[in-house]
Ligand binder design. Structure first.
Ligand SMILES: Cc1cc2nc3c(=O)[nH]c(=O)nc-3n(C[C@H](O)[C@H](O)[C@H](O)COP(=O)(O)O)c2cc1C
Length: 346
C-alpha cells in the first residue's frame, strides 16, 4: 500500500524538478520520436512518397540532407543555377539542437549502419525516371556520409539503378572520398559521376563560383537538350522539297552527313533514283523489309545503295526504309535521266 502512494509522489517530484531545469541544455521532456503515419519503420520508399519542389527544368533533382544549413545552401545554389527540382531528406526524429547530443546520436547511428540498421527517414520518392542526373548532397559526419542520406540511398537503391548521381558535400575539413565509397556500396547499380564537389568551412565562401564551375564540368545546365530533327530539305533543279527520315541508325547516319550533294542515277525506267553513299550507311538494329511506295527513301542492302522510289514496288526483304519524301515532293524527282540534288539539314 505504502509503495502505491510513493510512486505518484516520486513522479510529482520528478515533474516539478523537470519544470525548473534549463530548457536549452537539458530538454526535460524529450520529445517522443515522431511516429510515422504508417506504423512500420518509415524506411519503405513506397510509404507516402514525397513530391520534390518543382523547378522549371525537370531534368535534374537535388536531394540534400543538412542539419545546420551549409549543405542546404549548397543545394539551393545548385537548384537556382539549374532551375530544377529539389527535396530535403529528413530524419524521422528531428536532430537535437545540442551539439554534443548530436555528436553522440550520429556516432550511434553510424555504428548502427555498420551493423545494417538504418535510422529511419521520413522522405521517400516514387521514381527518378524523369531525371538525367540526381544530385545527392550531405554533410560529412565522422568522415562518413551523414546518416539520413545513407538511409535514403539504401532504401532507394533499386529505383536508382542506371541513374547518374552527382555527389556534393560540406565538411569542416575532412575529405569526401570515404562517402563516395559509401555511395557506391549503397547504390551499386547507379552511375556515380566522377567529379564531386566538397566545400569545407574555408571554401564555403566560394560557393557560387565553385558550384558554377562544377556544374559546367559535369555538363549540367539549364538548357533543354536539342532534339535532333529528322527533317531534311532537298534541292532539285529549281524546286526545294523536304523529307522526314526514320528514327533509326541508318536514318540518323544519313542526317549526320548533311549537307550532301550527289547525282541520282535513274534506275529501271525511273522506278528508282539511286546513289552510293561512301562509306555505306550504318545498319545496326535497323529493321529489314519494305514494300516501297512513291517517295520512300530506302537502302538496297546487297549493293549498299540509297534508292528513292518514284513508283510503287513489290515487297523485298533486301530493302530498308530510311525515310520518306514529304507530300508530293517525289514529283520533282520523277523525271527521266540522272539528276543532281543537294540534301541539307532543315
Ligand atoms: C555529427 C557531426 C559530425 C561531424 N564530423 C565531421 C568530420 O568528421 N569532419 C569534418 O570535417 N567535419 C565534421 N563535421 C562538420 C560538418 O561536416 C560541417 O559543419 C558541415 O558543413 C555541416 O553541414 P550542414 O550545415 O549541412 O549540416 C561534423 C558535424 C557534425 C554535426
Amino acid at each position: 500500500m505504502k509503495k502505491l502512494i510513493m510512486i505518484p509522489l516520486l513522479m510529482l517530484t520528478f515533474l516539478s524538478m523537470a519544470a525548473c531545469s534549463n530548457p536549452d541544455t537539458e530538454p526535460l521532456n524529450p520529445e517522443q520520436p515522431e511516429q510515422p503515419e504508417n506504423p512500420n519503420d518509415g524506411n519503405d520508399p513506397d510509404d507516402n512518397p514525397d513530391t520534390p519542389t518543382p523547378g522549371g527544368n525537370g531534368r535534374y533533382l537535388v536531394l540534400f540532407a543538412s542539419r545546420s544549413g551549409n549543405t542546404e545552401r549548397m543545394a539551393n545554389e545548385i537548384r537556382e543555377k539549374l532551375d530544377c527540382d529539389i527535396l530535403e531528406v529528413e530524419p524521422t526524429e528531428a536532430y537535437d539542437n545540442d551539439y554534443n547530443a548530436m555528436l553522440e546520436r550520429s556516432q550511434e547511428e553510424l555504428a548502427a549502419i555498420r551493423q545494417g540498421n538504418y535510422p529511419p527517414v521520413k522522405t521517400s520518392i516514387e521514381s527518378f525516371d524523369n531525371y538525367d542526373i540526381v544530385f545527392v548532397g550531405y554533410p560529412i559526419w565522422y568522415g562518413s556520409m551523414a546518416t539520413p542520406m545513407q538511409t535514403f540511398l539504401h532504401s532507394h537503391a533499386s529505383k536508382l539503378v542506371g541513374k547518374r548521381i552527382a555527389l556534393f558535400a560540406t565538411s569542416g575539413s575532412s575529405g569526401i572520398s570515404t562517402s563516395v565509397n559509401e555511395a557506391r556500396n549503397l547504390c551499386p547499380d547507379a552511375t556515380l559521376i566522377e567529379r564531386t564537389l566538397l566545400l569545407t568551412s574555408s571554401s564555403l565562401s566560394q560557393m557560387a563560383t565553385r558550384v558554377s564551375s562544377w556544374l559546367e564540368e559535369i555538363g549540367a545546365n539549364r538548357e533543354e537538350p536539342e532534339v535532333a530533327s529528322l527533317k531534311m530539305k532537298i534541292s532539285v533543279a529549281d524546286r526545294t522539297i523536304s523529307a522526314t527520315m526514320e528514327d533509326n541508325a541508318a536514318g540518323r547516319d544519313f542526317l549526320s552527313r548533311l549537307p550532301l550533294e550527289v547525282t541520282l542515277n535513274d534506275f529501271n525506267n525511273t522506278t528508282e533514283k539511286i546513289f552510293y553513299p561512301e562509306p555505306a550507311l550504318m545498319l545496326e538494329g535497323v529493321t529489314r523489309g519494305c514494300a516501297p511506295v512513291p517517295g520512300d527513301i530506302t537502302i538496297y542492302v546487297p549493293w549498299g545503295n540509297v534508292a528513292i522510289f518514284c513508283k510503287k514496288w513489290s515487297h523485298s526483304n533486301d530493302l530498308i526504309k530510311i525515310g520518306h519524301i514529304d507530300g508530293d515532293g517525289i514529283s520533282a524527282l520523277t523525271v527521266g535521266g540522272d539528276i543532281k540534288v543537294k540534301f541539307e539539314k532543315q
